[in-house]
Design a protein around this ligand. Structure first.
Ligand code: SF4
Ligand code: SF4
Length: 229
């Protein structure tokens, strides 16, 4: 499309005076800024490791495996955390629990802390609050093997952090955790009750919500087939 002259804004080059041509005003303005920073010095650099940073309460650091009231590992080897983990860095081997209050426990529980992206999905997924992330951030080691935390090491992190004040056990509801108490739940959970006007519940394809007209014709066809039978 051709551009009309009225669409163009012409900018006149400003004329530079004598003092501007010497650059002295710009040099003095720069010096003024430098002197202001020197005389009103306000450090923003954190002097780590001499000074420890103040971390937010929801900071996600090294994992721990929580113990229950009797000092046993709280985990019930349900694999929810390993399934939710996007980095695939949790490896669990379940075995029959030697205790009567649960079916399974982890005979082996390993997290590769180098592969972990510290997203927190594992602790969100855990139904019994057995895996939690702590405020420990300065994880160091001389080899990759040292960064692979097994069950004993993860339980050791719990022993190290549980009384620190920064990492309290988040929930202690129920015998093992919130998901293990089914007595208080209704026979049918809310998700199983579908309202009549809920079009998503009548979708013929998973994840696809059909338009009302399409759905009504689909239902008519289905009803016709049922009546023919
Ligand atoms: S924090 Fe994220 S990446 Fe790390 S173990 Fe948990 S789910 Fe996996
Ligand atoms: S989600 Fe919790 S209970 Fe299940 S395997 Fe992971 S840590 Fe254990």
């Amino acid at each position: 499309m051709p551009i009309a002259n009225k669409d163009v804004t012409w900018v006149e080059e400003p004329e530079i005076g004598f003092w501007e041509a010497t650059f002295l005003p710009a040099i003095f303005a720069g010096l003024k800024t430098t002197v202001r920073h020197v005389t009103h010095f306000q450090p923003v650099t954190e002097q780590f490791p001499e000074e420890k940073p103040t971390l937010p309460l929801h900071y996600r650091g090294v994992h721990r495996l929580n113990r229950d009231d009797q000092g046993r590992v709280k985990c019930v080897a349900c694999m929810m955390c390993a399934t939710a983990c996007p980095a695939r860095c949790i490896t669990i081997e379940g075995a029959q629990a030697p205790w009567e209050d649960r079916d399974k426990y982890p005979s082996s529980f390993v997290i590769d802390e180098l592969r972990c992206i510290y997203c927190g999905m594992c602790e969100e997924a855990c139904p019994v609050d057995a895996i939690e992330m702590t405020h420990l951030y300065d994880l160091t080691g001389f080899s990759r093997e040292e960064m692979i935390f097994d069950k004993e090491k993860l339980l050791g992190v719990f022993d190290q952090t549980k009384d620190s004040g920064r990492d309290p056990v988040r929930t202690q509801r129920g015998r093992l955790g919130p998901a293990s108490d089914f007595e208080g739940l209704p026979a049918l959970a809310p998700a199983t009750s579908v309202r009549g006007d809920d079009r998503s519940a009548r979708s013929v394809t998973a994840g696809v919500i059909q338009g009302t007209a399409v759905m009504e014709s689909s239902w008519e066809q289905i009803n016709e087939k049922i009546e023919k039978k």
